[in-house]
Design a protein around this ligand. Structure first.
Ligand SMILES: Nc1nc2c(ncn2[C@@H]2O[C@H](COP(=O)(O)OP(=O)(O)OP(=O)(O)O)[C@@H](O)[C@H]2O)c(=O)[nH]1
Ligand SMILES: [Mg+2]
Length: 533
């Protein structure tokens, strides 16, 4: 296969939504229908019993939520898919946003009973800004759902995006029969299978086949037929260009847990989603066919597999061909490094990979100098600046109650900071050695504590810190200038991990007051980008 053919068969996408809409469940089912697993691993009825391929961490299993994104690579129907399941909880949105920099399309999952929830809306905004094509899966049609027309209207009204229903649900809740595919004009009637572990038996036929009606009342069926006629009458056609530009979203209905409509989503997605495109960095366009290999690190994760207590850097290949053992330029250290330990990933399973192409996400092991956002390339002129940063809003000291375990505590914390699980700040002129953690949301503290204990055997104790706002000072401010600042009551000077000075404020009001009374010292919610970042 030529490199162009390899690129054209790649599909790299993330599944996003508000918590609990069913992303992990759908991921499992895409694997099942994609032939990557024989049996969907999720025991989804009871959250605490779940053990899925993509939720590998103890804490995720315990809480039944995803706290970290998962990469799954598999082949289906001639395509090579790189699928990323993301966490929905807002405290972990940093991880989700980083993943969005690495994909070419997203599947947005909506709970059809709830419609568009706040976190979906935020994630949608990020996709829109990046111009990422969005495919919509209206999930949980097996439960009493909102009117399908109302759901489409919500997409258009709340998100301001055109919505094109590729298929349409027939019945809902206990009467959900299946979906009508508007493009092939066929009705797909599904049967429920216990636990949804296997593919759902499916009958394909005409809309007016009596079997389609199932338990549906005459009136309900007539209403659905009328809706379909209305849609046809509106005469809208599938507009690939609008979808690729992120202006319109194809909508698929179904039920992940029951395997309804999953195959149609998978096939429809593959047919209409884009292969890897060029990336524009600092005015330079880097095409995937560019002969130079290049990619950037968007995620770091340690201890994914208790059998290998190591650290894995996830890189999205953007151009050229990756070969195992190749030597590349590493942007942060400006050094040449040899990439010998490269893996393709499937949840917590990994397999050595010898070559990879644009669109692929691969894991690199054994490079402690790699950080999130770093570019790896054979052409040092290429430098990606993709990774967004977020302003922390929660602050806590992390104590080590067990001095005998000092080493484990330090080492564990250092690793987690490097992974970007949380940020740390260092108070200026302070004798306190206790680390001050800064998080986008408080669940991140819980993850740090849990992982310190389970992966490093180090206990920890949290103590709330008195600040709720952090602002960055100009990075070139001098030490004497810092000495001369007059801070509001309770505010403190500190440094971030990159030694950039910040001020911690007790509240928003105090930060604003400082801003207004110190016009010569501009504050920013994030460190002002330096050339390196
Ligand atoms: N009734 C019904 N329940 C579903 C369906 N899909 C998922 N669920 C249930 O919804 C709950 C949440 O599913 P998950 O797949 O964990 O949701 P998620 O979006 O990955 O959640 P986070 O990763 O924590 O944001 C589970 O209890 C699932 O069994 C569906 O089609 N119908
Ligand atoms: Mg999940």
């Amino acid at each position: 296969m030529t490199i162009t053919e390899e690129i054209q068969r790649r599909r790299t996408f993330a599944i996003i939504s508000h918590p609990d809409a069913g992303k992990t469940t759908l991921t499992e089912k895409l694997l099942l229908y994609g032939g990557a697993v024989q049996l969907a691993g999720s025991v989804t009825a009871r959250k605490n019993q779940r053990a899925t391929t993509s939720d590998w961490m103890e804490l995720e299993k315990k809480r039944g939520i995803s706290i970290s994104s998962t990469v799954l690579q598999f082949d289906y129907d001639g395509y090579r898919l790189n699928l990323l399941d993301t966490p929905g909880h807002k405290d972990f949105s940093e991880d989700t946003y980083r993943v969005l920099t690495a994909v070419d399309a997203v599947v947005m999952v909506i709970d059809s009973a709830k419609g568009i929830e706040p976190q979906t809306r935020k994630l949608f905004e990020v996709c829109r800004q990046r111009g990422v094509p969005i495919f919509t899966f209206m999930n949980k049609c097996d439960r009493p759902m909102k009117e399908p027309l109302a759901l489409l209207d919500e997409l258009e009204r709340v998100l301001g995006i055109g919505a094109f229903p590729v298929n349409w649900p027939i019945g809902n809740g206990a009467d959900f029969q299946g979906v009508y595919d508007r493009q092939t004009k066929t009705m797909h009637t599904f049967e429920r299978v216990v636990g949804g572990k296997y593919r759902a038996p499916e009958t394909v036929g005409g809309l007016h086949d009596p079997a389609v009606r199932g338990n549906l009342s005459e009136a309900d069926f007539a209403k659905t037929v009328e809706e379909l006629e209305m849609l046809e009458h509106a005469g809208e056609i599938f507009d690939d260009a609008a979808v690729l530009a992120g202006k319109s979203t194809p909508v698929f209905f179904g039920s992940g847990v029951n395997n309804f409509g999953v195959q149609l989503l998978l096939d429809g997605f593959l047919k209409h989603s884009p292969a890897p495109k060029s990336r524009v960095m600092g005015g330079i366009e880097i095409a995937p066919e560019n002969p130079a290999f290049s990619g950037f690190i968007f995620k770091i994760q340690a201890n994914m597999d208790p059998k290998h207590r190591d650290r894995i850097a996830f890189i999205r290949v953007c151009s050229g061909k990756f070969d195992r053992d190749m030597t590349v330029h590493h942007s942060r250290s400006e050094k040449k490094v040899r990439l010998s330990s490269s893996h393709k990933l499937f949840g917590n399973e990994r397999e050595t990979v010898d070559e990879a192409y644009p669109g692929d996400v691969i894991g690199l092991v054994g490079h402690d100098s790699f950080g999130i956002g770093d570019t790896l390339t054979t052409d040092p002129k290429i430098l990606y600046k993709e990774i967004p940063r977020f302003t922390p809003e929660a602050f806590s000291y992390l104590h080590n109650p067990n001095t005998g375990k000092y080493k484990q505590f330090r080492q564990g914390l250092e690793q987690l900071l490097q992974e970007g699980v949380i940020q740390a700040l260092y108070l200026r002129n302070s004798s306190i050695k206790t680390p001050l953690l800064a998080a986008v949301g408080p669940l991140q503290f819980e993850v740090v504590q849990f992982r310190l204990e389970s992966e490093y055997g180090a206990e920890s104790r949290l103590e709330a810190a008195p600040w709720s706002v952090v602002r960055w000072l100009p990075t070139d401010i001098k030490e004497e200038e810092l000495d001369a600042l007059s801070l509001p009551t309770g505010a403190r000077l500190a440094y971030d991990i990159g030694k950039n000075p910040v001020i911690l404020f007790q509240n928003e009001w105090s930060a604003n007051y400082f801003g207004e009374t110190n016009k010569n010292t501009p504050l920013s919610a994030l460190p002002v980008q330096t050339a390196r970042e």
